[in-house]
Ligand binder design. Sequence first.
Ligand SMILES: [Zn+2]
Length: 226
Amino acid sequence: MKARDLGPALEWASAQSARLLSDGSSLELKLHQLHFVEILQKGDKNEAIKHARTYLAPFASVHKVEIQKLMACLLWAGRLEQSPYAELLSPSHWENMIEEVSQQFCSLMGQSHASPLSVVISAGVQGLPTLLKMASVMAAKGQEWQAMKQLPVPVDLGRELQFHSIFVCPVLREQGNDENPPMLMPCGHVLSKQSIVKLSKSNTRAFKCPYCPLEATVTQCKQLHF
Ligand SMILES: [Zn+2]
């Protein structure tokens, strides 16, 4: 794609068509759109219509608006840069598509798109001001923050750096761990295992959920993994 050749990317996307769709990705359509625009920019309307009928038509029911836009582009064949759709030709549009293909490729391979080292460094840089402040406050109180199991303050890293959810038991107000995992009650509420054992008086009786009127027994509760 960097050499303006869509062939290999299109071939890959069509081979992975079903997986891309189940991932909620419209990458295959986007690549065909790009191809359509390339054909059109060479001024070949008939070839563009043929391409649209073969490759874009199957997406018409779900992506009507995008396809309507492309059909309007037919009026501007060979001079798309003067049309309201000039952004389809922009180098940044290509750049974004290259990025999207590489992201989807990594995602289908089960690999992270960003380098783990750069993820760690950017998380460190974002968290540093809070950590420095906390370290100086704790040093003033004569406490050692490195000896703590859990940071006493939250470090907000933004959504792009959040990978794994954590569970905090609403009864104990403690983070779940291997010894005290989150448990799903039949009503749909989740408590830590310790809280459930406590509420059920050591597994002996049904207990009421602290958050709704439903009752549960220990055997009905299932451990959650995330
Ligand atoms: Zn409940």
